[in-house]
Design a protein around this ligand. Structure first.
Ligand code: GLC
Length: 478
């Protein structure tokens, strides 16, 4: 049942292309609602978030939802020799065995907090349509009587997660898939389902599509009115609501008909319940994509709008036994690199089917947390500052002008080098420089076009072994 590495890398490279293409077709449209702007500003201070893909599919350790999709591409694969219709039947039985009795969202929230994360985004519903919340719009949900977990006191998983993370002062985001492959008015049962889109022409069957739009709005109404304060509505499935391609070929993943989910109406409803809600209509562009979400990649340089890289800690979004997790050093470097370019980093872990976070993921989170304990002042509430990066250095700056140069250390570098040369920005005359985690100010001098910072071995020793070293520059030259 496991997707191969080849399949996964194919998945990653496709995903990579989407936001870039979206930017060319549909440029970023700045928000005008002052409440949303204020929330976006606050969200940009958080910098580091936790994304989780979790659902009955986690039991099979496969790619979330996509094996239901009949497109002939790597990440939609099913086991050989199994007929598609039989596969779908089995997949749709997955909820009847989903019983994550070790589910402990308080522990998840503590682990994420300790890692230095400030907000959470959870898959309330993925493309397969299974609602991980107590929706009244469908029986395909975690609290349905045929799901063993329904009788558990914490069965309304989304609510439990949101409450647990809010208790740790986290911002809260709902991942929600606009496409719903379980809904009869999205994939109508009387027709075959050739690809990710509606399996009927919405222009020929407007009533049917209208029913789907109403259903979606009703679910969004539930999520935004019954689950406490929500900061972000993270809408996935960019093909719903995107401009149809009149020349779309069959089974290409594109269709010539619109899938207009009435975003103006949907957002109005959501913000009536949640004033100031950040809406992320991913990869669609237009007024309801308050920030952009490069997927599995970090842009080369800073971007002229709010953005967030979402990335898997392992190779997959959802739980895969023995997933290969990125080393802690790499994760810290990615966080720093993203932040230096003005972005947020949304790091994904797939919880196991029993309700636990994989031990290796927890270990990575502890490592990142250890680094953050010393260095987070260079991260939170910072903004990008030119030249953003120079070799192994990354730069961040705070509202009060305090600026940081963060040196990304190789595995072989136990201690900071004796000298660090700064180019592109320089301390103000007499400014104090300090290495975070060490107790002495650093000597520095101007030299040619740059600045040379001295790090005595005894000072460097105090921060030995860290993944990155941050130098606080009290003020920079304007
Ligand atoms: C990719 C995956 C999708 C996942 C998303 C998260 O688009 O195909 O399943 O939810 O990434 O960003």
């Amino acid at each position: 049942m496991q997707p191969s590495r080849v399949l996964l890398s194919a998945m990653l490279s496709l995903a990579f292309a989407l936001p870039v293409a979206a930017e060319e077709k549909n440029p970023y449209v700045p928000e005008t609602d002052p409440k949303v702007l204020a929330r976006l500003e606050q969200w940009q201070d958080w910098k580091f978030g936790f994304l989780m893909h979790w659902g009955p599919y986690s039991q099979w350790g496969i790619v979330e939802s996509w094996s239901l999709c009949s497109e002939d591409v790597g990440w939609c694969q099913r086991p050989k020799g199994v007929a598609y219709v039989d596969y779908v039947k089995q997949y749709e039985q997955l909820p009847t065995t989903f019983n994550p009795v070790k589910f402990d969202p308080d522990q998840w929230a503590r682990a994420a907090k300790q890692a230095g994360m400030k907000y959470v985004v959870f898959t309330t519903k993925h493309h397969d349509g299974f609602s991980m919340f107590d929706t009244q719009q469908t029986d395909y949900r975690i609290t349905a009587p045929n799901v063993p977990f329904h009788s558990h006191p914490r069965a309304n998983i989304t609510r439990e997660i949101f409450n647990a993370f809010r208790a740790q002062a986290f911002g809260v985001g709902a991942y929600f898939s606009k496409p719903d492959w379980h809904h009869d008015d999205y994939w109508a049962p009387e027709w075959a389902t050739p690809d990710r889109n509606t399996n009927y022409d919405t222009r020929k069957h407007p009533d049917r599509w209208k029913k789907f739009v109403d259903f979606t709005h009703a679910q969004i109404n539930e999520l935004t009115s019954q689950y406490g304060r929500l900061d972000i509505l993270w809408l996935d499935g960019g093909w719903v609501d995107s401009t149809p391609n009149p020349n779309a070929k069959p089974i290409s993943g594109e269709v010539p008909w619109p899938q207009d989910i009435d975003m103006p109406g949907l957002v109005k409803l959501a913000r009536r319940n949640q004033p100031g809600l950040i809406v992320v209509n991913r990869a669609v562009g237009g007024p309801y994509e308050n920030y952009r979400t490069p997927e599995q990649h970090i842009p080369e340089t800073e971007l002229p709008y709010p953005w967030e890289t979402c990335m898997t800690m392992g190779d997959s979004w959802s739980y895969v036994p023995n997933d290969k997790y990125k080393p802690s050093r790499e994760l810290v470097h990615k966080l720093v690199d993203v932040v230096a370019k003005g972005g947020n980093f949304l790091l994904n872990v797939g919880p196991a089917p029993d309700g636990t976070l994989p031990p290796t993921a927890l270990e990575r989170m502890r490592d990142i947390g250890g680094w953050m304990q010393v260095n987070s002042e260079a991260i939170y509430a910072s903004r990008a500052i030119a030249p953003y990066r120079d070799g192994k250095l990354r730069f961040t700056t705070l509202r009060d002008g305090t600026t940081y140069a963060i040196y990304l250390a190789d595995e072989k570098e136990q201690q900071p080098p004796a000298q660090i040369v700064l180019k592109g920005l320089a301390p103000a005359d007499g400014a104090e420089l300090r290495l975070l985690g060490a107790d002495a100010p650093l000597a520095w001098k101007r030299a040619g076009a740059g600045v040379v910072i001295e790090i005595p071995a005894a000072v460097g020793k105090q921060v030995a072994g860290a993944y990155a070293w941050a130098i606080r520059i009290a003020a920079i030259r304007k």
